[in-house]
Design a protein around this ligand. Sequence first.
Ligand SMILES: Cc1cc2nc3c(=O)[nH]c(=O)nc-3n(C[C@H](O)[C@H](O)[C@H](O)COP(=O)(O)O)c2cc1C
Length: 361
Amino acid sequence: MNAPLQEEFLTLQEIYQAARRNLPPGPWSYLIGGAETETTVLRNRRALDEISFRPRVLRDVSKIDSSATFLGQPVRLPVMLAPIGGLESIVEGGAATAARGAAQFGVPQMLSSVCQPGLEATAAAAKTVRVFQLYVRGDDAWVDDFVQRARDHGFCAFCLTVDVAAYSRRERDLLGRFVKPWRARAIEGAAFQAGLSWHQVKRFKDKYPDLPLIIKGIATAEDAELCVQHGVEVVYVSNHGGRQLDHGLGSAAVLPEVLQAVKGKAEVWVDGGFMRGTDVVKAIALGAKTVGLGRLTGLALAAGGAPGLVRALELLEEEVRICLGLLGVTSYAELTPRHLAAAQAVRQPDTFSAFPLPGGE
Ligand SMILES: Cc1cc2nc3c(=O)[nH]c(=O)nc-3n(C[C@H](O)[C@H](O)[C@H](O)COP(=O)(O)O)c2cc1C
């Protein structure tokens, strides 16, 4: 329990509102913005808002287990902190602060290679279940150096983000003339990222057969199949929170075709627009194993640092538990797509349509 913030934040809506108050315009637009028209951002929410529940009743839900496993390790919820570059512009201490919140609550952190204070200091900050995410900005030897450092510092899996072959135009940042302080570092070596192909995935799996590999940024059944053919352990369905390719499908809408293509031969994770406990339950009912939290992590840290993140996760957990109970299940194993049905969204989706009540605009 997180006593000081329990009264301040009774709802996730208040976390969102506090973040909005606390962040200056530049970091705010960096956190919430997407590419160009932000159509993909909106579709992420729309895809979730267009799923409704089919609850079952009279099934003794007096004991509910909302814990999960993450690559074989026990965690408190089937969620993880998605990688966020530049967290240091959102909260003092950046990734180290996020690590402390994740460890205190009990969920994994996926650390971005472009987040301060970097791999070693973040690993030293807290004892989290942790995974390292790399933007490839160098040759094979450069990648191998990161693999070595990640292994040496207790990262249990390695992630390559592959939906960044070109750097997108985030128009909120451009319109607000916000230049990320880490921009030079972020674009250095971008040609290596553009030059990536399945060849590098094969090389990775040949060289590191015992290190689970996550490919983040899969948005089609075709590429999911290629992941499986290359022995990838985790297919991570993501459109980068709508921050890269504009006019993509919402992640929750892509999830079924990917699950069908993977046929249980790899784990499937997902992110994109997940803000509420019901969103998490929808993904798990569809068949995802873990849900990544991107902007929600940033909002929670901006609202209250590590304690704010813990509080947001407590609220998410409460929502998940209520949802499971009202669906008539006591664990995720009992959830199936039969608990879901297609429905029309009741309001126009936007980045924050998960927080629609007065003051939550
Ligand atoms: C501010 C910000 C920075 C991000 N930086 C990275 C990054 O460094 N590496 C990466 O793979 N994805 C990055 N992402 C994408 C997230 O990992 C995740 O895919 C996305 O945020 C999920 O959508 P959501 O924000 O709607 O939850 C970033 C997202 C945000 C909002």
